[in-house]
Ligand binder design. Sequence first.
Ligand code: HAM
Length: 420
Amino acid sequence: MEIKAIRGFSDILPPATRRWRMLEERAREVLEGFGFSEIRVPILEKAELFSRSIGTETDIVEKEMYTFEDRGGDLITMRPEATASIVRAYIEHKMYAADPMAKLYSIGPMFRHERPQKGRYRQFHQINVEVFGISHPMIDAEVMAIVMHYVSLVGAAGCRLQVNSLGCPRCRLPYTKNLRAFLSDHLPHLCEDCRRRMERNPLRAFDCKVQGCQDIMSEAPLVSDYLCTECADHFAAVRNYLEALGIAYEPNPRMVRGLDYYTKTAFEVVAGGLGAQNAVAAGGRYDHLVAALGGPDIPGIGFAIGIERLLLVLPDESLPPGPSLFIAALGEGPQREAFSLSYKLNQVGARTMIDYEGRSLKAQMRRADKFGAHYVLIIGEDEQRSGKAILRDMKEKKQEEIPLPSIFEEIMRRMGEGSP
Ligand code: HAM
């Protein structure tokens, strides 16, 4: 029987891989420009890292993690997100020692056992961005500006920034008390999950996907109405800095994010046309996470962009392939010539392909077409004898003769002009 990929796990095939690379390359350029450095963290971590950071009552930890016992008996999780791992690495390598400020980014796959649907997969990819050591509201505005700049740079249409403040443990205390009281008034109509979470983590009732609970939660008290002076001032300053940078945003007092570590600023970049999974990117401040994972008291803020979701809101044009050359050779001598010429061109990065099987010119031209060749160089035995080859421009539909001894230089010269 044929073996297929696991449900919710996708192959990314050519030519789509080119768009993926474009998105990753643009992200690197933008982030390096804003002073970020790349960090690469493992895909597997101890399960405890995620329960301690994301929170034990969250959907991610309760229902979605790929967790298993490895051969040594350790409880291991395939990372559902990257923030926890990056915080762990930041602490483990004492990256705060000389200066707590660190701007880090990472790109890679994440794993959540969710029900697959449009924009929701079990393996998906994030561009993850984290800033440590800055509590000033300027950085909140800057990270939001970065994500908005990036999505517009790559051509994502209709992205809107929604912002909220989730307060700090100080203002969360009276708020949770009131939210709990509200939930207990509606107890008979709540689902089992919400009833269970009500005591330990009532905020998570906002994540519930059951319609009845969602209706109830639309009337629930809002954390933004309970902010302490420090949190309210911080939020006002963040909005001010966003305005200073000319970044349009919408306050969304109902956004709570599905992870427990957030404090103060939380945000999502949403796009129309994505249905229920409308967040292309999301993030927020996490001022107590470094300490909660055993590090010093250092604030953090960041976000992650979902690459699959971003692709869903990009215009559907395929990227034109770079200039390329196909060498069609007829006969054994020309084939040898094509083989070494192609190798020389490939070595200097000139996208070049040959036919290996010595087939007819027609078959080779078909392959050149599939390769998307801008130029086809034809070397036959006659051409080889006369020391010339034919270079056909497939776009302009014209051809010329090129002397074989200078063929490499001729092609390289054209490549400099944007041709092969
Ligand atoms: P998150 O909201 O869980 O946050 O995920 C961030 C983004 O990843 C989402 O907005 C979405 O684009 C994408 N995403 C999440 N789950 C899936 C899925 N099942 N399929 C496809 N795409 C998905 C975090 O992960 C935080 N670590 C973000 C962060 C970084 N906060 C601070 N720093």
